[in-house]
Design a protein around this ligand. Sequence first.
Ligand SMILES: *[C@@H]1O[C@H](CO)[C@@H](O)[C@H](O)[C@H]1NC(C)=O
Ligand SMILES: *[C@@H]1O[C@H](CO)[C@@H](O)[C@H](O)[C@H]1NC(C)=O
Length: 358
Amino acid sequence: MNSMITLIVPLLLFFFSSLLFGDITGVESSKHHHHHQQHQRNLYGSAKLFVFGNSNVDTGNLPKNQSEAWAVPYGITYPGTPSGRYCDGRVSTDYLAKFLRIKSPIPYKLKDHAGHEQLQYGMNFAYGGTGVFDTVYIKGLDMTYQISVFEKLIGDIYSPSDLSSSVALVSIAGNDYFTYISDNGYNLGIFQFVRRVINQIEVNLKRIHALGVKKVAVPSLQPLGCLPMYTRGSSYQKCNDIINALTIIHNNALEKVVAKLNKETKNSPFIVLDYYKGFLAVLNNKGENPGITNFKSLYEPCCGGKGYCGTLDENGGKNYTLCDDPSSAFFWDEFHPTQEGWKAVYSVLTNNLKALLI
Ligand SMILES: *[C@@H]1O[C@H](CO)[C@@H](O)[C@H](O)[C@H]1NC(C)=O
Ligand SMILES: *[C@@H]1O[C@H](CO)[C@@H](O)[C@H](O)[C@H]1NC(C)=O
């Protein structure tokens, strides 16, 4: 592994700098898409939100026996008991819905028990553990599948005109990279794999838009090397630069593909939500920016310790520790921010989110 790393670091840096350099024009041009505004409606309060992706956005679709997010202490802050969210409380879906001034859309799993009121904010098709492709965690519920489930509801629960004021949130790809690394190690093949992931994302984004969704928001990958699963090795002191370099390569390619799709489409419907920047703004804040929450624990998760959050030991006791105040920690478990963490990230992204409204 070590010799592989010494081989890969210079290569990554090379790719990384050429991508960064090559990307400057792409990023700039995506800022010049404001001239179509006047034709579009402000979505505040009337939007439907359709959600695709993984545990950053799942609000309860996974079955109770297949997810630790249905175990105590998940959900202790909100709603008070486990709700299938991989968090102590609200996740990114809830904050995006709040920004749009609607209720968080109901999980697909609950649709048969939902009345008109509950269906009017859209629907959440996401499953924790999923990716663009099958992952080590879950097979058969990937993003392509999730979009097919949505497609079947059009003309049934949702009319095409319902979609005229709709937004999609598409949170993807972290689990694809965890899967690649777990199956193959961290080797040069990963560059080709990024290409495959990005190509499939392009297909999926186009498909969601072609189904009638007006705005499609795609988060960039958060700095994966800063997740507690990767900072654990340094006693939660520092991020893993190699994993972050991979994240940057993915994000640069994502920016490019989104800029290209916007060029090919009227009204620039595709928007990258810059989670990478948002997470780092919060994690690098040393208290000098009063607008950003100053967390006591940055990299060490509130719930975990030597074991894993929500798991039990042989005797049925807790196999994890829990911090006193989840709102003092940015991360909740090995992979996911706390509610306070998501709230801080979304407050950093306010200007970025405004692109969804016009
Ligand atoms: C979870 O429960 C469902 C239905 O109750 C059952 O069909 C399934 O096999 C269970 N899965 C696991 C992993 O226990
Ligand atoms: C509890 O956590 C420890 C430390 O991660 C692990 O080695 C052990 O296998 C866990 N026990 C159970 C029953 O999962």
